[in-house]
Design a protein around this ligand. Structure first.
Ligand code: AMP
Length: 457
């Protein structure tokens, strides 16, 4: 059972660095266009929560609750169309929160052994890093930038939020500025992650005239082909689309000098194993290969064995999760699940919250229901177009709405800073999904809280 110390009285302090929402380097040619949902192999829902098992028990906690509806929306303790004018519940949340004494692991701050000046990176790269407000290398950066610069294959066991993207981008950018014929292929499990990597690349390479094309599924292939016909230093994409473009003759993997597999574990989970192998097959032996993954599994080991050459492994995974995120369960009666969520979200310290739901339609409904109660919320899930998801994300990132409701798949690869809380409204399907979900908070040097809704017996 997860345990949470008393909720913090005020939001955590702002981080020095908060990335801008859109990139602006005209040297890049983003080509991903919104179109249809992601390839079907990429859309599984991680949640295993069953619907329909509501209790119609009346409340005994006081407050103005509604009883659960029998409609599909009743999963959220409410019901479609019944949220208008709802009174905020006056549940005592403390009744639901497990307050067993807990020793929170004290976070031992990572003390980097380098500054960004020490790596021998090109001065314009160091300037770009500093101008973004990134002052000291994170643990993964501190330990991987040098070996990557030296050309070693590296396995980085690091989840999102550790600074892993800059950890691989910075040394690759350095090499690319020295030799502009280098081609780096970056594979990611989702189009969102691919786009965010390109955005980070742009921010790290202002005026450097480096070129990139994003090749992701669920988006119009023509602009991607047009982008590939021009010079590219970086090709960033999802395995299915990259393989498709290889077959059509627009990506030549024999020219790849660096291959990066980001969130390799998610790519395997999503059934991309064959695509990944096909793509890596013709990458030259002497190319550098970098693997980033939150978890290590037998299949990852197999891939590593097959494609990496005497790799160095750097793990920053465990410490980051346990130290930065406090975790607890929230017990609920089915009849009051939604009201409990509303009460939590109404608390001042819930400043930026991602709520995870199990199903696409229930996530959609939950977003609508929350907005009706006066808590503006956006939702992202596989039934939304790419454009709709990007708009929802932009509103969430800018603080226009403080709540984002998401499915596991839609949230994968999303990078939003300063998420104060992750709420697992529906249980995740696997421990790995749990780890990925809660990793959306407590990013960088921030602390975060993860709350998991668990039904009363
Ligand atoms: P990532 O793990 O790549 O998802 O990065 C998480 C966030 O941390 C991104 O917004 C990065 O721009 C930011 N970031 C990267 N490196 C650092 C650093 N050394 N210090 C503070 N923030 C960083």
């Amino acid at each position: 059972m997860y345990q949470l110390p008393p909720l913090p009285a005020s939001p955590a302090p702002r981080r020095a660095y908060s990335p801008s929402r859109t990139g602006g380097n005209t040297s890049h040619r983003p080509s991903a266009r919104p179109h249809s949902p992601h390839r079907s192999s990429a859309t599984h829902n991680g949640g295993g929560h069953s619907r329909g098992s509501y209790s119609s028990r009346p409340s005994h906690h006081g407050g103005s609750h509604r009883s659960a509806s029998g409609s599909r929306g009743g999963h959220f303790g409410g019901g479609a169309g019944r949220g208008r004018g709802r009174q905020r519940s006056s549940f005592d949340v403390a009744l639901y929160i497990n307050k067993n004494p807990v020793t929170v692991e004290t976070e031992t701050a990572y003390v980097p052994t380098h500054t960004f000046n020490d790596f021998g990176l090109a001065p314009e790269i160091v300037r770009a890093v500093h101008s973004l407000g990134i002052e000291v290398p994170s643990a993964i950066q501190d330990q991987t930038i040098m070996p990557i610069l030296e050309g070693k294959d590296v396995i980085g066991l690091a989840q999102t939020g550790t600074g892993k993207t800059a950890a691989f981008l910075l040394p690759i950018i350095h090499h690319t500025l020295r030799d502009r014929n280098r081609v780096t292929l970056i594979l990611t499990p989702t189009r969102e992650l691919a786009i965010q990597i390109e955005q980070e690349l742009r921010k790290l390479t202002p005026h450097m005239k480096l070129f990139s094309t994003v090749c992701v599924g669920g988006a119009n292939i023509r602009p991607q082909i047009a982008g590939l016909k021009r010079k590219n230093n970086f090709i960033i994409g999802t395995p299915g689309r990259v393989q498709d473009l290889m077959e059509r003759g627009f990506i030549d993997t024999t020219r790849v000098t660096t291959a990066v597999l980001d969130e390799a574990d998610r790519m395997l989970d999503m059934g991309f194993i064959h695509d990944m192998k096909t793509i890596l097959k013709d990458v030259p032996e002497n190319a550098q290969t970098l693997f980033f993954s939150a978890t290590m599994s037998k299949s990852i080991e197999g891939l590593v064995h097959e494609f990496l050459n005497d790799p160095l492994t750097v793990s920053v995974r465990k410490k980051d999760i346990t130290a930065a995120i406090s975790q607890d369960v929230v017990r609920y009666d089915h009849a009051h699940k939604f009201d409990l969520l509303v009460t939590l979200l109404g608390k001042a310290e819930f400043t930026r919250v991602i709520v995870f739901g199990a199903m696409k339609h229930s996530v959609e409904k939950l977003g609508i229901e929350l907005s009706k109660t006066g808590i503006p919320a956006e939702s992202i899930h596989g039934n939304k177009s790419h454009g709709q998801r990007q708009r929802a994300l932009t509103r969430f990132k800018s603080g226009e709405v403080k709540v984002l409701v998401a499915t596991d798949v839609a949230a994968r690869g999303i990078h939003v800073d300063n998420v104060s809380h992750v709420i697992n409204y529906d249980l995740p399907g696997t421990y790995e999904d749990y780890v990925h979900r809660i990793g959306r908070t407590g990013r960088g040097d921030k602390r975060g809280s993860a709350l998991t809704f668990v039904p009363n017996e």
